[in-house]
Each structure stands twice: as structure tokens, then as C-alpha cells.
Write a protein that binds this ligand. Structure first.
Ligand SMILES: [Zn+2]
Ligand SMILES: [Zn+2]
Length: 133
């Protein structure tokens, strides 16, 4: 992991245990939108003493610090996205694959929200991926 990244985590007050470092490395440039289970399963052989709670707590801290986003689009499990810039998603209803959609969409803020401050929006396409359709 790059020095500058490590510096950022330290600056944000994230304690870097070997397990946390492994979780951060797993998430870096990961476009699979893994669930907490996916991360746990990928790392448990390397860290047999690591608990599921460690993974979950680390994810919570990363969300709180704005380093990852939590995706609520998969009704089966929460998924996590280390790409925090604005983008949209496609969810395969059969295999659960989530694809990033980088296209820009112009949307109109509904009249109903005129007194609200809208910070973010996300478009989700649902369907079947090429392998599943
Ligand atoms: Zn699929
Ligand atoms: Zn994404």
C-alpha cells in the first residue's frame, strides 16, 4: 500500500492493525462491490483469528470517514463500494453482480424536493447480466 494512503488513514485516526490493513488492501481498486461476508471469506485463511465483527466494524469506520460507500441496492445483503465518486450501478437479479455505470445523467430535481438540499442521487438498473440472461 502506498505511503500517502497510509498517511491518510493515520491522519483520519484509523488504527492500522494487520487485519485492517488487509481489509483496506482488499477494497483498494476493487470493483466487485463486495459484501462483508465476501471480505471475511477472502481473508479468513490469512487471519484465522479475525472475526466477522472486525470486518464489519472496519467497514463502519471507513463509511464514517467517507472512504467507502455502503450500497443498499442488493436486497440480500449490504454491499460496499470503495469508489466514492458519483457513479451509477447495474444489479444482476440472478447472480448479484454489480457493475459500475460511469455515464452522466441530467436529472431534474422534483418540485416536491425544492425546499430540501439534495446531496446525491443514484440510478440503479436492474436486470440480468450477459452470463445470466
Ligand atoms: Zn448475473
Ligand atoms: Zn460502484
Amino acid at each position: 500500500m502506498k505511503e500517502e494512503k497510509l498517511g491518510l488513514y493515520k491522519k483520519l485516526g484509523i488504527k492500522l492493525t494487520p487485519q485492517r490493513l488487509a481489509i483496506l488492501e482488499y477494497l483498494e481498486n476493487n470493483r466487485e462491490h463486495p459484501s462483508a461476508e465476501d471480505i471475511y471469506n477472502a481473508l479468513k485463511d490469512r487471519f484465522p483469528s479475525m472475526s466477522f465483527a472486525t470486518v464489519y466494524n472496519t467497514l463502519e469506520i471507513l463509511i464514517e470517514k467517507g472512504l467507502i460507500k455502503e450500497l443498499g441496492i442488493d436486497s440480500h445483503k449490504r454491499r460496499y463500494d470503495p469508489e466514492i465518486s458519483l457513479h451509477h450501478h447495474f444489479l444482476c437479479k440472478r447472480c448479484g453482480k454489480i457493475l459500475d455505470i460511469e455515464s452522466k445523467y441530467d436529472i431534474f430535481i422534483p418540485e416536491k424536493l425544492k425546499d430540501c438540499q439534495v446531496l446525491d442521487f443514484q440510478i440503479v438498473f436492474y436486470g440480468f447480466c450477459p452470463n445470466c440472461k
